[in-house]
Write a protein that binds this ligand. Structure first.
Ligand code: DC
Length: 233
């Protein structure tokens, strides 16, 4: 595949802030690739559960993760692991409740961060997750911290899950988001945090179109200034 050149847009934020939808639409508008790194942590969790590997069994986990080949298809909306489409299975309640535990493991992160770096290093990419602005691309040209009130995030996620035909109540969704946020923000390795140079966007009162537009305009500004810069040299 020929890599499209462009800037790196790194988006981090808590669960359910709208990172995936925003990043996907932004990538479409910029004609960039979109990468959902959470899908990779979820896939690791799915395969660990299938193989009965606990998050504390580091050696086996490393073996497992090293044996996984990740491919994104369909504009980044589908993930294939060792040629199997696991896009649906990684969204199960079981994976959602366990993924933060597996994501705490430094050795797992090291392997996935390296893979994510290789996917995006040539630019022309919108990558979202928890540590993209801090660990994967600390030098990204544009860094965004996307957030929203917990209740709003829980409600949006509830609608999303119900639209897929799964039954779940608001309290459950809210608890899962809250628990994951706590683990993801307080873990020792690459915790979710806001870098000094990130633009914070609170989407509580924004529509998806509005949040995409804000980031798109910033990206365009940066792309323009970089072009001007290289033009003058
Ligand atoms: O984006 P998501 O909610 O699907 O991510 C699922 C989990 O994966 C999240 O709760 C923590 C972990 N994750 C991570 O540790 N680092 C990332 N860059 C992305 C996700």
């Amino acid at each position: 595949m020929i890599k499209k050149k462009g800037i790196i847009v790194a988006i981090d934020g808590p669960a359910g802030a709208g990172k995936s939808t925003t990043a996907r639409l932004l990538a479409e508008k910029l004609n960039y690739d979109y990468i959902d790194t959470g899908a990779m942590y979820r896939a690791v969790t799915l395969f660990a559960l299938r193989n009965d590997i606990k998050h504390t069994e580091t050696e086996q986990l490393v073996k497992l993760v090293s044996s996984l080949n990740f491919e994104f298809k369909n504009n980044g909306t589908e993930i294939f692991v060792n040629s199997e489409n696991v896009s649906e299975q990684i969204r199960s309640a079981e994976v959602s409740s366990k993924v933060s535990d597996y994501s705490k493991i430094a050795e797992v992160r090291e392997i996935l961060i390296q893979k994510q770096y290789e996917i995006g290093e040539h630019g022309g990419i919108v990558m979202e997750g928890r540590d993209i602005t801090t660990a994967v691309f600390p030098n990204a040209e544009l860094k965004i911290f996307l957030t929203a009130d917990l209740d709003v995030r829980a409600y949006r996620r509830l609608i999303e899950i119900r639209n897929k035909g799964q039954k779940i109540d608001l309290e459950n969704v809210r608890n899962n988001l809250e628990t994951r946020d706590k683990i993801d923000s307080s873990r020792d390795v690459n915790p979710l945090m806001i870098t000094e140079d990130s633009i914070i966007i609170d989407t509580t009162k924004l529509t998806v179109d509005q949040q995409v537009e804000i980031i798109y305009n910033k990206a365009k500004e940066i792309i323009k200034s970089l072009n001007l810069h290289s033009h003058h040299n």
